[in-house]
Design a protein around this ligand. Structure first.
Ligand code: BGC
Length: 388
């Protein structure tokens, strides 16, 4: 055995957000147009000024730091960096430099997501990621980002939840581009799998140390009275949802990022467990199962999202406690998990649900944009101090 001492990595305790959900004024994105037609018609607020994270990032980072957290996951908005095809916006490029410098100054580890669901409107008009020109522009954007930020960030996520993007946008048609086609959905996911590998290579060439994705994981469980058919169905769903993205591209991940929210029961008489405001059942054991599931790739694991939508902050405190407990138990048993990011740092724009759901550790008064930290922020910080 080598005598060399292995360097102990600091566990990342963080919170996550995405650009479109928080920054505001994402006028050049496909969602901005979609919200005006679809959400407004339903009487829901458009993302509009967001929660003004674009202008208040220093304050938001300071609140996270004050609570005792040491990591922040956020996304760079492609539509702001490249608002029209082929021309970059220097102000936006500098903006993210400032965000990253601020994180460095406050001693917070950044985890940067390059694509979190939204596309520049021009890219969407050309057919989104199904168009080869758009994919090439995406890779050029990735190249630009690593060119500017390589020295400021170690941890990179090429894309957020490709399966969710595919289902919502191409199968169910709830999100842009509002397509309902099994054939196109299959094409999109295959395309994204390849695109991740290509983006991975661009990032590594540019000097990125740790590159991965944020993969949505659902634990499918047959109910007690499930038939053989349901059991097979649960297994199939598991393979497709949780594993297929990694097939043929597991090599292009320095770490595995998982976004865990729920388990799904398959079969008759599902248990009547507690659900959150998204109608998602809470099940901390599912997080343990998710960690075990991805440990098969033998890479460091980060929980890049985990959270609850509730107006009852006491439930959030209990949720975090139970999920962190499950995580620490797995870590003790040898699962190589190196970080946990609560979703979300701020109450924010919850996609097709607009501002009606509260995932945040911090509430925001959207008239004044005042930040109102919830007790759960403090409780999470206290837990982190104990866990370290
Ligand atoms: C997404 C977030 C979203 C959260 C809650 C995740 O699937 O990455 O953008 O807000 O879930 O729905």
């Amino acid at each position: 055995m080598s005598k060399q001492k292995t360097k102990k990595t600091t566990f990342l305790w963080g919170a996550a957000i995405s650009a479109h959900q928080t920054e505001g004024r994402n006028r050049k994105s496909d969602w901005y147009d979609f919200e005006r037609s679809v959400l407004a018609q339903k009487g829901l607020d458009v993302s509009g000024t967001g929660v003004d994270h674009w202008n208040r990032y220093e304050e938001d980072i300071a609140l996270l730091k004050k609570a005792g957290l040491n990591a922040f996951r956020f996304s760079i908005e492609w539509a702001k960096i490249e608002p029209t095809e082929g021309s970059y916006n220097e102000i936006a490029i500098r903006h993210y430099t400032h965000v990253l410098e601020e994180l460095k100054r406050q001693g917070i580890t950044p985890c940067v997501t390059l694509w979190h669901f939204t596309l520049p409107a021009w890219a969407a008009k050309k057919g989104g990621m199904l168009n080869a020109d758009v994919r090439n522009r995406f890779l050029a954007y990735v190249h630009t980002c690593i060119g500017h930020y390589a020295n400021l960030a170690d941890m990179w996520i090429t894309m957020n939840e490709p399966m969710v993007y595919m289902m919502e946008g191409y199968r169910w048609g709830n999100w842009p581009p509002q397509i309902r086609s099994r054939r196109k959905a299959t094409r999109v996911i295959r395309t994204l799998r390849k695109l991740h590998a290509q983006a991975y290579k661009v990032l590594k060439k540019g000097g990125a140390k740790h590159v991965g994705i944020a993969k949505h994981i659902i634990i499918f469980q047959p109910t007690k009275s499930a038939s053989m058919f349901h059991r097979i169905q649960a297994r199939m769903k598991h393979r497709v949802w949780n594993r297929s993205f990694f097939s043929r591209n597991a090599a292009f991940h320095d770490f595995i990022g998982i976004n865990y929210y729920m388990t799904a029961e398959i079969g008759p008489k599902p248990t009547k467990g507690e659900k959150d405001d998204m109608e998602w059942p809470s099940n901390p054991q599912g997080l343990a199962d998710a960690l075990r599931e991805v440990s098969r790739y033998k890479k460091p694991i980060y929980v890049t999202e985990n959270g609850i939508a509730t107006a009852d902050d006491k439930r959030r405190v209990a949720y975090i406690q139970s999920h962190v407990d499950a995580l620490l138990k797995e870590a003790k048993q040898g699962i190589d998990v190196r970080g946990y990011f609560y979703w979300s740092l701020l109450d924010n724009f919850e996609w097709a649900e607009s501002y009606t759901k509260q995932f945040g550790l911090i509430a925001v008064n959207r008239s004044t944009m005042e930040r109102l930290p919830k007790p759960s922020l403090k409780a999470y910080g206290a837990l982190v101090k104990k866990g370290r």
